[in-house]
Design a binder for this molecule. Sequence first.
Ligand code: ATP
Ligand code: MG
Length: 201
Amino acid sequence: MTDESSNQHQRKMQKLKTAVDAGIAAATDDRGLVLLLTGDGKGKTSSAFGMVMRSLGYGHKVGVVQFIKGVQLSGEELYLRQQHPEVHFYQMGTGFTWDTQNRSTDIAAAERTWAVAAELLRDASVQLLVLDELTYMLSFKYLDEAMILAAIRARPPGQTVVITGRGGGSALRELADTVAEVQDIKHAFRAGIMARKGVDF
Ligand code: ATP
Ligand code: MG
């Protein structure tokens, strides 16, 4: 590297640092967030569990409510149940057969699951709450959107809520502080590769 390009690099880095520092100084609002992780690509639920791991690292109290059909065992469930039994973990599918394709039974299951989520949303000791695949309850109209948004808005100020799933609607996007869309560029599944333990579930 020549002296000139080294100097140029240093000036560029200094400029970047100044901008980043200004951004940090401007961010003074210290409160729990609402995050929406959406899009067609792989990485929404696993990103939410990345935050669970971060949170547990600081000894925070964590809740996970999964709005998923059937009983789908996952590595994250096994891990939390074995290593972190203190995490409040609830799955909609638990003890429930989804095969009936019965809308009213589906709605009853969604409502039971929402009751668990709603209780955690009122618990100020819960610092991180994951509502995995909640968006589908809105798109299928299994749960009332206004009720969900109101409960999330009324949560304790220190509580962060992570919502995953495709879609979710504009009102949820509006409410969320951070919205990220995982883009599907390619997925191994479409090349005939089986879903894999530790990678996909
Ligand atoms: P992950 O749980 O791996 O973070 P996700 O939450 O983003 O994935 P979901 O729509 O909840 O995605 O689907 C979960 C399962 O479906 C995972 O096994 C994942 O690998 C797979 N999957 C995710 N996106 C796609 C896709 N675009 N095509 C095929 N399979 C997908
Ligand atoms: Mg998911």
